[in-house]
Design a protein around this ligand. Structure first.
Ligand code: SDX
Length: 439
């Protein structure tokens, strides 16, 4: 299995920082895409001062060779390949190999990888009893993070993050079992029996089988559905140091087992400002449709700071241009709805909302564009995926990205436990007050 030759950033300049009487020279390092950063690793030791950057808007946590984003130009590449090229030429498993090992697999490497995953699609039979403990209306993201974390109780033979063989089998187990665990949460919610995986099917066809087949009769997989799902998983697969990936890296930096790290990533993704936005976006589109399709009203609400309403699926920390994934998904929406001869009113509302917002100075000035979550829900609906499962699909897509970053972090010679500093603003030292004297 080939592994990427990860490069390091080079020092290309020196910056001078003067604090009080000290003038400190800070190395300026530059990556392969000419992004530059101040290396402040000696700052506190030499000046006693730290940096502060809420939300890490200006702070890089690491160097990485996995994904490159250019937010100004709307560029996204996995291991140097543009997302558009990957979406046209790869299936999800081949792309997962690329993310994990840094190179496109040979036919033999891909066969081994595919077979390795297929051996692990079932979960331990006794794990199914977990589902009896959840209420019928449990959110599937809660079930996903719980059952994934619990994999560490059944697969205790692969918990050591520093044993390459245990890491490899954990990677196979997670890629193989996540669709099974996800589909079981859906079956539980509708009171249908769990289906066993079918290892004769490709990854997305097997997921559709797990979700929609029943023991009562044949289930025919629509190849257009499997193709659309494959595309959606690919465009969700990685996005450099986003909230959930940074969470996986942070938890992994303590040498926690891989199942625990992925469970933490799933929880971070659930938030409506992150992966949960696809579910929130479709609920917003439905609200607008139910409200007569009055998009101007909701655009104005989003501009009014007093009500906290935001256009879900709009805006991005990095992209200050159209999210390239949103473009790919929007085209796939058009194609699938036309093929199915479906007129989804929410797709109409979404296109109208986009048109109005992208003309409005509030959105133009802030460079707010549709992001990956804006159109994905329309496709999931066309595939018959229930709204509460949308973020679960995001998690299945994002898994190879989380895994690739976790491996890169563990393989880094400069790996250390993540432990940010802070600036304390609480009370300075004060005298104790006995309880009888407290008013
Ligand atoms: C994902 O990081 C990643 O890469 C994430 C992701 C991935 O693949 O991992 O791409 C996936 O999480 C996509 C984003 C999904 N979330 C949403 O669609 C929720 C709605 N969007 C936002 O809440 C917001 O845009 C964020 C959370 C995505 C980004 O937040 P930032 O970078 O902290 O920006 P901000 O909140 O500081 O907003 C800047 C300005 C503010 O106005 P001003 O204070 O300048 O007047 O833009 C406004 C915000 O009020 N704004 C919005 C808005 N998003 C930002 N106003 C209305 N509607 C919005 N959606």
């Amino acid at each position: 299995m080939s592994t990427a030759t990860s490069r390091t950033a080079e020092q290309t300049d020196t910056a001078k920082l003067s604090i009080g009487d000290t003038v400190l020279e800070l190395p300026v390092i530059t990556g392969t895409e000419n992004e530059s950063a101040l290396d402040i690793s000696k700052l506190r030791a030499k000046t006693g001062v730290i940096t502060l950057d809420e939300g890490f808007v200006n702070t890089g946590s690491t160097t990485s060779a996995i994904t490159f984003l250019n937010g100004e130009e709307g560029i996204l590449r996995y291991r140097g390949y543009p997302i558009e090229t990957i979406a046209q030429n790869c299936d999800f498993i081949e792309m997962s190999y690329l993310l994990l090992y840094g190179e496109l697999p040979t036919a033999s490497e891909l066969r081994t990888f595919r077979e390795g995953i297929r051996q692990h699609t079932m979960i331990h039979e006794e794990m199914k009893s977990f589902y009896n403990g959840f209420p019928r209306d449990a959110h599937p993201m809660a079930i996903l993070s719980s059952v994934v974390g619990a994999l560490s109780t059944f697969y205790q033979d692969s918990l050591d993050p520093n044993d390459p063989e245990q890491v490899t089998i954990s990677i196979y187990r997670l890629l193989a079992k996540l669709p099974t665990i996800a589909a079981y949460s859906y079956k539980k919610s509708i009171g249908q029996p769990f289906m066993y995986p079918r290892n004769d099917l490709d990854y997305t066809s097997n997921f559709l089988h797990l979700m929609f087949a029943t023991p009562a009769g044949p289930y025919e997989i629509d190849p257009d559905f499997a193709e659309a799902l494959n595309l959606l998983l690919i465009v969700h697969a990685d996005h450099e140091q986003n909230c959930s990936t940074s969470t996986v890296r942070m938890v992994g930096s303590s040498d926690a087992n891989l199942f625990a790290c992925i469970s933490a990533g799933i929880s971070a993704l659930w938030g409506p400002l992150h992966g949960g936005a696809n579910e929130a976006c479709v609920n917003m589109l439905q609200q607008i449709a139910d409200d007569g399709g009055d998009v101007d009203k909701y655009v104005n609400m989003a501009k009014d700071k007093t009500n906290g309403f935001r256009l879900m699926g709009f805006g991005h920390r990095v992209y200050k241009n159209y999210d390239p994934r949103a473009l790919i998904i929007k085209k796939a929406c058009d194609k699938l709805l036309a093929k199915l001869q479906l007129d989804d009113p929410l797709f109409e509302v979404a296109q109208k909302l986009e048109e109005v917002a992208l003309r409005d100075p509030y959105f133009v000035e802030r460079k707010l564009y549709p992001n990956v979550d804006f159109y994905s829900g329309v496709i999931y609906r066309a595939l018959g995926i229930p709204v509460q499962m949308f973020t679960v699909l995001f998690a299945i897509g994002r898994l190879p990205g989380w895994l690739a970053h976790w491996v890169e972090m563990h393989n880094s010679p400069s790996k250390r436990i993540g432990r940010p500093r802070q600036i304390y603003v609480g009370p300075t030292e004060r005298e104790w007050t006995p309880i009888e004297s407290r008013s």
